[in-house]
Write a protein that binds this ligand. Structure first.
Ligand code: ASP
Ligand code: MG
Length: 413
């Protein structure tokens, strides 16, 4: 029997009405002959509410207890979902992450999946049941409940699709698919019919909130077709797939903004072997996730070193660099907490020139100062003042004609 995984995000299961609507989708797939595995998120803003409840009692709650608490949001949804299906005359059974042996490491609140026990699910599917699995959660080797990080239900769904050898993983959400940019900021953003895993990974990592980056990694590694689509209509959404040659003709597929970033600069560090290693060892020990590392030699004696982090890691990062400052003869520490990053992404960049020029010109014309620039093979990112970030995104989207489908852009071939 062909299997399909259908994941419903928080807004798609927010109330009884929406759960019923989602259940109808499931039934449709069942009637089409699929074995259906549903992955569900916590309803509406439930996870935010649980976090607020925790912080009311403890400003720095133990991460293990946080996972124990947050996992209950998804647990409620899956049992309600199974009840809804039962009321509609379909046989369904719900499971928590631990019940299907969703094994993770022990990094509470940001655990990574290690293995999944697919047998229990296969057994239930073979009995003709619909299986509903709680997203976002697993257990570590000592049976502690873990969670996969905010938005992690996507990763549960794609990982399950991989483990079950599913035909496809459908991600049902409150938008029609992946857009060229955030429609809340650039309102003429258009839906993409397809996008490559690599581009989607860059977009997701650099601010596109619509999918959890780890889910894309799983999809690429295990060849899972991912279809991001709306739970409120039948229209096709966006397929995330392996790269095909035509994709190179599109120079820029999408643009993103990532807010709540901070930048730490170490000025005039001794230019000798081992200093960068020392700095990042301290940051790693403080569990700070770092991006966009830039080091430049400014003389044969000294170098400048800077990196970007999420604002929530700023206090820990500052503490870590203060500890190492004297040992590396750093002349000064420079911190910015009002920074955002705008990015353009496209695999066509590999074979077209002028992309950087176009982006920087658009920013210059809008009088946006660029703080720093970083690139990958298929991405250019500029750090800018947070106040100007939305305007920066809009002018970049206009410059690359992200309000039109690729074939209508003058920049595509
Ligand atoms: N409920 C979790 C969150 O709000 C996981 C998810 O929705 O994917 O982040
Ligand atoms: Mg999500």
């Amino acid at each position: 029997m062909a299997i399909i995984v259908q994941k419903f995000g928080g807004t798609s299961v927010a109330d009884a009405e929406k759960i019923r609507r989602a259940a109808k989708r499931v039934i449709k797939a069942v009637e089409n002959g699929f074995g259906v595995v549903v992955v569900a998120s916590a309803r509406g803003k439930q996870t935010d509410q649980l976090i607020a409840d925790a912080l009311e009692l403890n400003p720095n709650p133990p991460k293990r207890e946080m996972d124990q608490l947050l996992s209950t949001g998804e647990q409620q949804t899956v049992s309600l979902f199974a009840m809804a299906l039962d009321a509609m005359g379909y046989d369904a059974i719900s499971f928590t992450g631990s019940q299907i042996r969703m094994m993770t490491d022990s990094a509470h609140t940001m655990a990574r999946i290690k293995s999944i026990g697919a047998e229990r699910i296969h057994k239930q599917l073979d009995k003709g049941r619909i299986v509903i699995v709680a997203g976002f959660q697993g257990i570590d080797k000592d049976e502690n409940i873990t969670t996969l990080g905010r938005g992690g239900s996507d990763t549960t769904a794609v990982a399950l699709a991989a483990a079950l050898g599913a035909e496809e993983c459908e991600i049902y959400t409150d938008v029609d698919g992946i857009h060229t940019s955030d429609p809340r900021i650039f309102k003429n953003a258009v839906k993409m019919d397809e996008i490559s895993y690599d581009e989607m990974l860059e977009l997701a990592s650099f601010g596109a909130g619509v999918m959890h980056p780890r889910a894309i990694e799983f999809g690429k590694k295990y060849d899972v077709k991912i279809h991001v689509r709306s739970s409120s209509n039948e229209t096709d959404g966006t397929m995330i797939i392996h790269e095909v040659p035509q994709m190179e003709g599109v120079i820029v597929s999408g643009a993103t903004v990532k807010k709540d970033m901070a930048k730490v600069g170490l000025v005039g560090v001794d230019n000798v072997p081992g200093n960068a290693a020392k700095v990042f060892a301290h940051l790693a020990k403080a569990k700070v996730i770092v991006s966009d590392i830039i080091q430049t030699e400014i003389s044969d004696k000294k170098a400048n070193l800077s990196f970007m982090i999420g604002i929530s890691d700023l206090a820990a990062a500052k503490k870590a660099v203060e500890q190492i400052k004297d040992e590396i003869n750093c002349e000064g520490i420079f911190v910015r907490d009002d920074i955002a990053e705008v990015s353009v992404v496209g695999i066509g960049m590999r074979t077209h020139y002028g992309v950087a020029e176009k982006m920087f010109t658009a920013l210059a014309e809008a009088k946006v100062n660029i703080d720093s620039i970083t690139t990958s093979e298929i991405r250019i990112s500029c750090a800018v003042d947070e106040d100007q970030a939305e305007d920066a995104l809009k002018v970049i989207c206009a410059a690359f004609e992200l309000d039109k489908p690729p074939e209508q852009r003058s920049t595509s071939d």
